[in-house]
Design a protein around this ligand. Structure first.
Ligand SMILES: Nc1ncnc2c1ncn2[C@@H]1O[C@H](COP(=O)(O)OP(=O)(O)O)[C@@H](O)[C@H]1O
Ligand SMILES: [Mg+2]
Length: 257
């Protein structure tokens, strides 16, 4: 039975996400829309993958879910409740988002990861770092988890920063997680390991995974191909290989990569 009260959605989070004919224009004028008629459902615990060229509108779509921007047309619901009516702190408690631009502040590794949950124990922090394939290299830093990052601290590679920036969201254990291209600088093998461990621990977490690599999303329950702000094809990896020229082109261009 559909839930329809705000309280329900907040207290018993299931993680059903629905976009209903969503459009977005950054200036409010639909003549300049960057998203058109976006319509899909992620059932609780499902993984939805999204792929498309730069500028297709993937990050814009993702940014609507935690409410960074509001849809110009249509609506987005979580557990059947319009997200516009959900309190923003509840939304942030249940929806974790990892961005492509790793957001680390100058402070220790520990402080950066604990940001996701200030009450977390060191063991929990390490566990989250392990899942993000970051524990091993953190352990080898001059002061381990006490190493200071940022301007006055050590410089990490782009991939290492991305791995650390995934960990706080894992500590938060949100019911829904959005990964916006957050392993683009991570090598393929590590990316694969991160995804395998995420699949293990997040069986009940609804995931929206945006990626440039088909390998990162091919196991998704549903894959959306986004092109010029529209979903131009959808289905599983196998269906899309058979039905979408764009998907096939992307797959071909990545073969052997
Ligand atoms: N904050 C913004 N204000 C205005 N236009 C934006 C903003 N962010 C993105 N855009 C535009 O929206 C379109 C989609 O961008 P984006 O969602 O970042 O695509 P993707 O993540 O698929 O590369 C692009 O044309 C981009 O220039
Ligand atoms: Mg993007």
């Amino acid at each position: 039975m559909p839930r329809n009260t705000q309280q329900d959605a907040q207290d018993n989070f299931c993680g059903r996400l629905a976009f209903e004919h969503v459009s977005l224009s950054y200036d409010g004028n639909l003549d300049h829309a960057v998203l058109h008629d976006i319509d899909f459902i992620a059932e609780p615990g499902q993984t939805v993958g999204m792929i498309g060229v730069n500028g297709a509108g993937k990050s814009t779509l993702a940014s609507l879910i935690p409410g960074f921007y509001k849809a110009t047309g249509g609506r987005i619901t979580i557990d059947y409740v319009n997200i516009d009516t959900l309190a923003s702190e509840k939304l942030h408690q249940h929806v974790g988002m990892v961005l492509q631009q790793a957001l680390l502040f100058s402070g220790t590794v520990l402080e950066n990861i604990r940001y996701g949950n200030p009450a977390a124990t060191l063991e929990e922090v390490e566990e989250a770092a392990r899942l993000a394939e970051a524990h091993d290299f953190i352990s080898k830093l001059p002061h381990g988890y006490g190493t200071v990052l940022g301007q006055r601290g050590v410089n990490l590679s782009g991939g290492q920063k991305q791995r650390i920036s995934i960990a706080p969201t894992l500590l938060l254990k949100p019911g829904m997680i959005i990964l916006d291209d957050c392993t683009s600088a991570v090598d393929l093998r590590t990316d694969y390991r991160i995804r395998s461990s995420l699949r293990q621990v997040m069986k009940r977490t609804t995931c929206l995974i945006i990626a440039q690599r088909i390998a990162s999303i091919q196991h998704a329950d549903l894959i959306l191909v986004l092109d010029e702000g529209r979903i131009t094809a959808r289905g599983t990896h196998e269906t899309l290989l058979a039905t979408s020229q764009l998907y096939r082109d992307i797959a071909l261009s990545q073969q052997g990569a």
